[in-house]
Ligand binder design. Structure first.
Ligand SMILES: Cc1cc2nc3c(=O)[nH]c(=O)nc-3n(C[C@H](O)[C@H](O)[C@H](O)COP(=O)(O)O)c2cc1C
Ligand SMILES: O=C(O)C(=O)c1ccccc1
Length: 352
């Protein structure tokens, strides 16, 4: 036996390289890609580089606590798993492997409506779940999905609002990747022996959201908000939280980085509802910057898929433990005792 001296991935970006080596290139492209020129994909990560952190000294803060409660759901750190479709393209075990890792790390997994294993089977892992919904024009069907998510124990509903159509994905076009392979399907969409097509509809409006609001007592988060006026409307329509997101640059290309929209939205919302941020979070310092600019927590999309592709449950677990160690270190070096203490306030907090 030869001695393997390679240390393996030591940060989240290393996991992308490792996953790329293992994955079918068509599936790698599906996960990695964004819309058209992928300008927004690049902008998301670039935005974090443009901010710096100004640590406070001699605060005697001790080792930081990382735990938070988001809309009543406790989590071991302010990092959620963003909803991503089709985990069985990354690993044969699919979403349950991801969920077991989330459960072991004590973090919230936002289970995607377009999962390749049913929400009931994902919930059976014991993970703390929120459920992501693409609002379907068929309200009765949408209602049945919500009932299933509730019955499975999901603790919030995340309504994706940035997808009145699918973004134009040119890597997918070049690879002619338009259908799932045999044996993999959208498990939540099965009905009487056939699989319902997801509808991404430009007809969905605030009125539809009002109907959703009346259909469930779960907290509702609106995902994919970039305009402060939409954030205001969301609050007026009774949402409980907002996910500031451009869908990882996969929908409208050339939108600004989600991080760059966060301060405007935080100013408009004025603390009435918690804000989450996703898009380009790859480092513990990125998490701190998002917190400083007004987020209560962040979500990570692709890094989870890279962990899953590289090592199933263990790979996702490693991604989460690396990010946790980085966040712990960044908060300690900033002189912060808790995630909630991180603010952009020049006198009291950490400046991003
Ligand atoms: C492969 C893939 C599939 C995704 N599927 C969904 C989805 O089904 N529903 C949804 O609301 N967002 C989906 N997203 C967007 C993520 O929830 C999230 O907004 C984005 O990945 C965050 O950016 P990051 O990948 O840079 O962390 C998907 C993203 C990726 C990369
Ligand atoms: O790939 C995605 O980002 C995504 O959200 C999606 C939307 C519709 C069908 C498949 C995936």
């Amino acid at each position: 036996m030869t001695l393997d001296l390679t240390p393996g991935p030591v940060n989240l970006r290393d996991f992308e390289t490792a996953a790329r080596d293992r994955l079918d290139p068509v599936y790698y492209d599906y996960f990695a890609s964004g819309a058209q020129d992928e300008l927004t994909v690049a902008a998301n990560e670039e935005a974090f580089r443009r901010h710096s952190l100004v640590p406070r000294v001699l605060r005697g803060a001790g080792r930081p606590r990382l735990d938070v409660t988001v809309l009543g759901t406790p989590a071991a750190m302010p990092v959620l798993l963003a909803p991503t479709a089709f985990h069985r393209l990354a690993h044969p075990e699919g979403e349950p492997a991801t969920a077991r890792a989330a459960a072991a790390a004590g973090v919230i997994m936002i289970a995607a409506m377009l999962s390749t294993v049913t929400v009931e089977e994902i919930a059976a892992t014991g993970a703390t779940l929120w459920f992501q919904l693409y609002p379907q024009p068929d309200l009765a069907f949408t209602g049945s999905l919500i009932r299933r998510a509730e019955a499975a124990g999901c603790r919030a509903l995340v309504v994706t609002a940035d997808s009145p159509a699918l973004g134009r994905n040119e890597r997918g076009d070049r690879n002619d990747f338009h259908d799932l392979p045999a044996g993999i399907h959208c498990a939540n969409m099965g009905e009487n022996g056939h699989v319902r097509q997801v509808v991404l509809s430009p007809d969905i409006s605030w009125e539809y959201l009002d109907r959703l609001r009346a259909m469930t007592s779960l907290p509702i988060l609106l995902k994919g908000v970039l305009h402060p006026r939409d954030a205001r409307l969301a609050v007026e329509h009774g949402v409980d939280g907002i996910v500031v997101s451009n869908h990882g640059g996969r929908q409208l290309d050339t939108t600004p980085a989600s991080l760059d929209r966060l301060p405007l939205i935080a100013a408009e919302v004025g603390g009435r509802v918690p804000l989450l941020l996703d898009g380009g979070v790859r480092r513990g310092t990125d998490v701190v910057k998002a917190l400083a600019l007004g987020a209560t927590a962040v979500a990570i999309g692709r890094p989870v898929l890279w962990g899953l592709a590289t090592g199933g449950e263990e790979g996702v677990g490693r991604v989460l433990s690396l990010l946790r160690a980085e966040l712990d270190n960044a908060l300690t070096l900033c002189g912060a005792a808790t995630p909630g203490e991180v603010t952009g306030d020049e006198l009291g907090g950490i400046l991003a």
